[in-house]
Design a protein around this ligand. Structure first.
Ligand code: HPA
Length: 270
């Protein structure tokens, strides 16, 4: 089946459960699913044809609708990753479904390893730009022209407008944050110290296994995008020890409340 037909079937199923246009869509990454737990409307991914479900511990699998900061928010609680074997088109399907549900703004969240020595574990980092050159584009293949053009511009993936408003919101709340460039890899192995050195030389401040392709799909579909990374560890070779998924998960959980407050501030800002 063509990707656009798969999307239309999924969108139809989602529209039966969520019939109001969201003000903003939010993708919740590792350890952040809790933010959507209390939502009055919850639609398990298994009810949406074509919607992939994450197989990773710590990742939920549902669209949730809730009111946050006076805004109607459509959450994607849990995402599918390339390293699980999902194709790039499958991995961005949820974002496109939220676009088809009417969302015009998107907030992406993730856990990331810090390449920039100024970024401490536990810090939120507003994503200012991205490098997706090491992962396949989600736009390869037939272009669903109802969503966007064949050759979309990526000059400003992360909205300067939202970043401006978010900066003032964070400063007003005395929230410590950084800004930086996110580089996506497929994983699932963590990087080598040599790769991290190479990524630093390329201009990356943090590294992770999601988000950049979602941002590409969202921009292709005309959404305004904001992104925030939560630093769960220093990238390979920079922290002294070995990396593990447990460390990443524990850090994400420990910093959960701070991170949720950042996401709430972003929701208010968009
Ligand atoms: N590398 C890749 N992905 C990650 C990391 C990392 O160090 N930390 C959290 N996600």
């Amino acid at each position: 089946m063509k990707e656009y037909d798969i999307l239309l079937r999924g969108a139809e199923a989602l529209a039966m459960k969520i019939d109001k246009k969201p003000d903003v869509a939010v993708v919740l990454g590792s350890g952040l699913g809790e933010m959507a737990q209390a939502s009055p409307i919850r639609v398990d991914y298994s009810l949406i044809p074509g919607m992939p479900r994450s197989t990773v511990p710590g990742h939920d699998g549902a669209f949730c609708m809730d009111e946050v900061q006076g805004k109607r928010v459509l959450f994607m609680s849990g995402r599918a990753h390339l390293y699980e074997g999902y194709s790039p088109a499958e991995a961005v399907r949820g974002v496109r479904l939220m676009r088809l549900a009417g969302a015009e703004k998107l907030i992406l969240t993730n856990a990331a390893g810090a390449i920039n020595a100024d970024f401490e574990v536990g810090y939120p980092v507003m994503i200012s730009g991205q490098i997706s050159s090491f992962v396949p584009s989600p736009l390869v293949g037939e272009n669903p022209s109802a969503l966007g053009v064949r050759f979309p511009d990526m000059t400003e993936v992360y909205s300067a407008r939202i970043r401006d408003i978010a900066r003032s919101a964070f400063e007003k709340r005395s929230v410590k944050y950084r800004e930086g460039v996110y580089l996506q890899v497929t994983g699932p192995q963590y990087e080598t110290p040599e790769e991290i050195n190479a990524y630093r030389a390329l201009g990356a401040d943090m590294v992770g296994m999601s988000t950049a392709i979602e941002a590409i799909a969202a921009r292709h579909a005309g959404m305004e995008v904001a992104g925030v990374s939560f630093i769960t560890n220093r990238a390979a070779g920079l922290g002294g020890g070995k990396l593990s998924h447990e460390e990443v998960r524990e850090s994400a959980e420990r910093g959960g409340e701070l991170f949720r407050s950042i996401v709430r501030a972003l929701i208010a800002a968009v």
